[in-house]
Design a protein around this ligand. Structure first.
Ligand code: 6PG
Length: 244
């Protein structure tokens, strides 16, 4: 595992560094493969990154946006991750609507929605059942409980390894989420973590030994690049390191 932990002095520096890295991966992907694929995380931390991306002059027709998880609410619900990203970024740029691959949340049964999004990914990436496509950048946040995407502690979703998408569960509320193998298939997984409240969870995530089911972010070990971008509030006494 190629893991880098970068601790930035504050949240603006964290967002600036995240933007720099996303733009660098975007340029490489388009040069090498003619397109850039990114999976967005929800929550509050990435919003300023999305706002910064909205100010960039980019080849929007070559950029495809997915979501790593979604609350099972309508796209106009205030909790919708899609709504946040559209307001902060996607509604402000000339990205073709067909390049915005939102998770469906209109099915009565979330498992049907999960299967539909999985099928959509397989068609887009031309992969077969059992294959996990390599998304260029998967952005992730981390909750105070060390969950990531919608992979919460001690939930069934953590055990799903034969699907791309599954139904997560937060306090009985369904969510659609990337599975761990799909996250791990990414060329680059980029955690963006801010705030003192994340310190206890980060201490467990970076501890040599801990229960992965209690701290699900520990499970994320991509074959590609793993970047942990922290601000000093979150990082505390964690120092910037790279492990090859
Ligand atoms: C979500 C996210 C979730 C989020 C973490 C951190 O749908 O809420 O995908 O995994 O990234 O809960 O959230 P904050 O950035 O708000 O701390």
């Amino acid at each position: 595992m190629n893991r880098t932990i970068e601790v930035l002095p504050d949240r603006p520096a964290l967002i600036a560094r995240s933007l720099e890295l996303v733009l660098s991966k975007l340029e490489t992907a388009i040069l090498e493969r003619g397109q850039f694929t990114i999976a967005l995380s929800g929550g509050s931390t990435p919003k300023p990154l999305y706002e910064a991306l909205a100010t960039q002059q980019l080849p929007w027709d070559k950029i495809h946006v997915f979501w790593g998880d979604e609350r099972y609410v309508s796209p106009d619900h205030p909790d919708s991750n899609q709504l946040m990203a559209r307001h902060a970024w996607l509604d402000k740029v000339d990205i073709p609507p067909s390049n915005i691959h939102s998770m469906p949340t209109s099915h009565t049964d979330p498992t049907v929605a999960a299967a539909a999004y999985e099928k959509h990914l397989q068609e887009f990436f031309h992969t077969q059942s059992g294959e996990f496509p390599a998304i260029d950048v998967t952005l992730l946040g981390m909750g105070d409980d060390a969950h990531t995407a919608s992979l919460f502690p001690y939930t069934e979703a953590l055990n799903v390894c034969d699907h791309l998408i599954t139904v997560g569960n937060k306090d009985g509320q369904p969510r659609l989420t990337f599975t761990l193998p799909l996250i791990d298939a990414s060329r680059c997984v980029m955690f963006i973590v801010s705030g003192k409240s994340k310190r206890p969870a980060l201490a467990q995530v970076f501890a040599p030994e801990a229960d992965n089911f209690a701290y699900p972010s520990r499970f994320v070990q991509p074959l590609g690049e793993l970047l942990w971008l922290l601000d000093a509030d979150a990082g505390g006494d964690i120092s910037t390191t790279t492990e090859k």
